[in-house]
Design a protein around this ligand. Structure first.
Ligand code: ADP
Length: 191
């Protein structure tokens, strides 16, 4: 079983690369941003709660995120492995993930981080904002806020996995295909 975390700032290309990795390794995708947008689209109470934070570029509180991920893991029939995208985004989420994985007899093989300079991130997100319909992609102040929140709250998660010897970072600038090959090269070393 292969369980990986794809890590990186907003706009780093996690969603794009996840789609390709799922196909190649037959993994279940757990993308917390996508799950929140799905709840929001369906107008569930969870979605309405998350919206207050998402639209401001803030993190949704840990307890909400963790509960949602737990449910998704528990309701995946016969998983071959998971790819976590946009989660964990805080050290508390990482600790909760480790304990839910071990409760289910699984573990994280590794975290792969996509490194992309801030200036490139801003350009990519603004470009995505033209078609994504995402409120948080359309306002430069909110984009800036998300990058800042990433540095303050999410970057410590890299250190958390690094200390366990489970962290690797790769260059996230280049063609989609080149970056994909860099990632699979690292995954093949893990498994
Ligand atoms: P991006 O990586 O481009 O910011 P996502 O789709 O991953 O986009 O996330 C969108 C928003 O959803 C985040 O800005 C945040 O408000 C919320 N969110 C997603 N995942 C998490 C998480 N693990 N913890 C807290 N909030 C989250």
């Amino acid at each position: 079983m292969l369980n990986i975390i794809l890590f990186g700032p907003p706009g780093a290309g996690k969603g794009t690369q996840s789609a390709k990795l799922i196909d190649k390794y037959n993994l279940t995708h757990i993308a917390t941003g996508d799950l929140f947008r799905m709840h929001l689209g369906e107008g569930t109470p969870l979605g309405l709660k998350a919206k207050e934070y998402m639209n401001e570029g803030l993190l949704v509180p840990d307890s909400i995120v963790i509960g949602m991920v737990e449910e998704k893991i528990a309701t995946t029939p016969d998983p071959k492995g998971f790819i976590f995208d946009g989660f964990p985004r805080t050290v508390a989420q990482a600790e909760a993930l480790d304990s839910m994985m071990s409760r289910n007899g699984m573990s994280i093989n590794g975290m792969i981080a996509l490194e992309v300079p801030d200036q490139e991130l801003k350009v990519r997100i603004a470009e995505r904002g033209k078609t994504s319909g995402r409120v948080d992609d359309q306002d430069p102040a909110k984009i800036e806020k998300r990058i800042q929140v990433y540095k303050d709250e999410t970057l410590p998660v890299a250190n958390y996995y690094d200390k366990k010897g489970k962290f690797v970072s790769i260059n996230g600038v280049g063609s989609i295909e080149d970056i994909f090959f860099r990632i699979i090269h690292e995954i093949d070393k893990l498994s």
